[in-house]
Design a protein around this ligand. Structure first.
Ligand code: ZN
Length: 317
């Protein structure tokens, strides 16, 4: 670009994306805390993340969220929408099933996304497919998209049958559904690093209730993730919980699962941007970028130390 100023030299990528993160609360169930939110967003920026999607927030974010100069861009789905008796106590809303599609559409009309928790623990009811299908239709009718939390095989089947836009976690998802997800453009955010980390803790705890469900699903999750990429499903990198700024760990987990470094980076950069509707490094596109000293595909350690992070044309690291 004529007259441009040199900011950094090295390997430039479209800014990284964390497609599943819930900044702003220290522990599950706590209300949104603006100081914690600022700290979490800073952690994302330092990790090279210039765009986040928050599929569920502990409260309404302040106006500057996703807008301010020193903030990653952000999409969010407001509070989680769950069934009675399910999900984290203190977080989310639990409308009657008859009202749920309307609540989801109202949320999507406000922020572009709604997030529905369609299953929870093994003995809990999975959301009826008709309810979810109506929610999808209503959300789409207002131009929004719908993401679902699923960690049960039956939930995954309901999600795909209802035609949601993204399956979050997807633990236990039937591999036979992957071609249909690819065909319909249903994305998968496996949150692989956080599920793998929980697996290690749960395996070490012999008294843990519902251990067999989690161990079974989490042990197969890396294989499922790699199979999804192979089947052509849009896979998005997402880190879920605190500490924030762990996108490098998720890329590493994808590579450890057998995803190529190029595709794992795509899941945390250009293909996630494209799925969320933002262009990459093209003329006239948003100036969101991250620069590494060496090619991160041949040296994943580069991801932990970006040379420069640029959002909205301004260097923020
Ligand atoms: Zn989550």
């Amino acid at each position: 670009m004529p007259g441009a100023e040199l900011v950094a030299e090295g390997w430039i990528l479209p800014g990284l994306v964390d497609a599943h993160t819930h900044p702003g609360a220290e522990t599950p169930g706590q209300p949104l805390d603006v100081a914690v939110l600022e700290e979490d967003l800073r952690a994302h920026l330092n990790a090279g993340v210039t765009l986040i999607r928050a599929p569920g927030l502990a409260g309404d974010p302040p106006d500057w969220f996703g807008q301010a100069d020193d903030n990653p861009r952000a999409f969010h789905a407001g509070p989680w929408i769950a069934q009675h008796g399910q999900f984290m106590p203190g977080w989310g809303v639990r409308p009657e099933l008859a009202e749920l599609p309307i609540i989801a559409a109202e949320q999507a009309a406000r922020t572009g996304w709604a997030k529905v928790v369609i299953d929870w623990l093994p003995d809990d009811d999975v959301m009826p497919v008709e309810v979810l299908r109506e929610a999808v239709d209503r959300v789409h009718a207002v131009g929004g998209r719908l993401a679902v939390h699923s960690q049960q095989a039956a939930g995954g089947s309901v999600a795909v049958a209802a035609g949601v836009d993204s399956v979050e976690h997807g633990m236990g998802l039937d591999l036979d559904l992957l071609p249909r997800m690819a065909e319909q453009g249903i994305a998968l955010t496996p949150t692989l690093s956080v599920i793998t980390a929980s697996l290690a803790k749960i395996v070490a705890d012999p008294e843990r209730a519902r251990k067999s469900w989690y161990v079974h699903g989490a042990s197969a999750h890396a294989r499922l993730t790699a199979a999804a990429v192979e089947a052509g499903v849009v896979v998005l990198a997402g880190t879920d919980s605190r500490p924030h700024g762990g996108i490098a760990e998720e890329v590493r987990a994808l590579v450890a699962a057998g995803v190529s470094p190029h595709q794992a980076l795509a899941a945390a950069s250009w293909s996630a941007r494209s799925y969320l509707g933002l262009p990459g490094l093209v003329e006239g596109g948003p100036a969101d970028a991250v620069v590494f000293e060496e090619d991160p595909r041949t040296d994943l350690d580069q991801l932990g130390a970006p040379q420069a992070v640029i959002v909205r044309g301004k260097r923020v690291r």
